[in-house]
Design a protein around this ligand. Sequence first.
Ligand code: ATP
Ligand code: NCN
Length: 206
Amino acid sequence: MTEDRVDRQYLSMPHVQPGMVVGLFGGSFNPPHEGHLLVAEIALRRLGLDQLWWMVTPGNPLKSRSELASLGDRIAMSAKLVQDPRVKITAFEQALGSPYTAHTLSHIAARNRGVHFVWIMGADSLRSFHRWQKWQSIVCTFPIAVIDRPGSTLSFLSSKMTRTFDHARIDEDDAGILWRKQAPAWTFIHGPRSALSSTNLRLGVS
Ligand SMILES: Nc1ncnc2c1ncn2[C@@H]1O[C@H](COP(=O)(O)OP(=O)(O)OP(=O)(O)O)[C@@H](O)[C@H]1O
Ligand SMILES: O=C(O)c1ccc[n+]([C@@H]2O[C@H](COP(=O)([O-])O)[C@@H](O)[C@H]2O)c1
């Protein structure tokens, strides 16, 4: 598959119904790996999700695209890896024409009234989150679940996002009701961890 030939099914938002709880897991997935699967599993279980959208980005605005595999290839690799039918692989951001999460989330919110969304990201993302476009508006759109990652366990102590929104932190024992909280609300989820990274896989280091 090439970037020009992304199957249509991936370019529209997955189908959801009012009342559902849906996790939004955005990533480059260049390539996808078992660490991503572990995040998805933990999120489904701990957040009480009905669905998790595995959102393959057209390109992280903060990363160089020089080593980025085509969108079609990253979707195909994800589809091969993911077995859980609750996980929906999608690349609808490509059709939106913007790689920015703030834009994506406001679009999702406007199109899916009555659906409860939670943004999901690995703990390493906290380090640069304040450089994401309109990062404060992202925090105020949907609750956020941060999943622990080796090397980033203490990132919440120094992150600008977590310090700014310290008052909005929810105990991880309440992760199952995070979706009910009005944003801003976030939690840090500890649990089994994977040291896998796409960078190491690209370098051939395990
Ligand atoms: N091993 C892991 N444990 C926890 N979270 C992870 C892990 N790998 C990736 N993530 C999270 O998954 C999302 C997508 O990550 P991404 O596709 O960039 O993978 P990556 O391994 O971090 O890639 P790269 O090494 O190229 O930066 C991000 O929120 C990231 O924090
Ligand atoms: O909106 C932004 O400015 C922004 C900046 C960096 C990353 N993101 C999003 O964060 C998600 C994780 O990206 P990555 O490359 O770390 O897998 C993915 O959905 C990106 O589109 C978004």
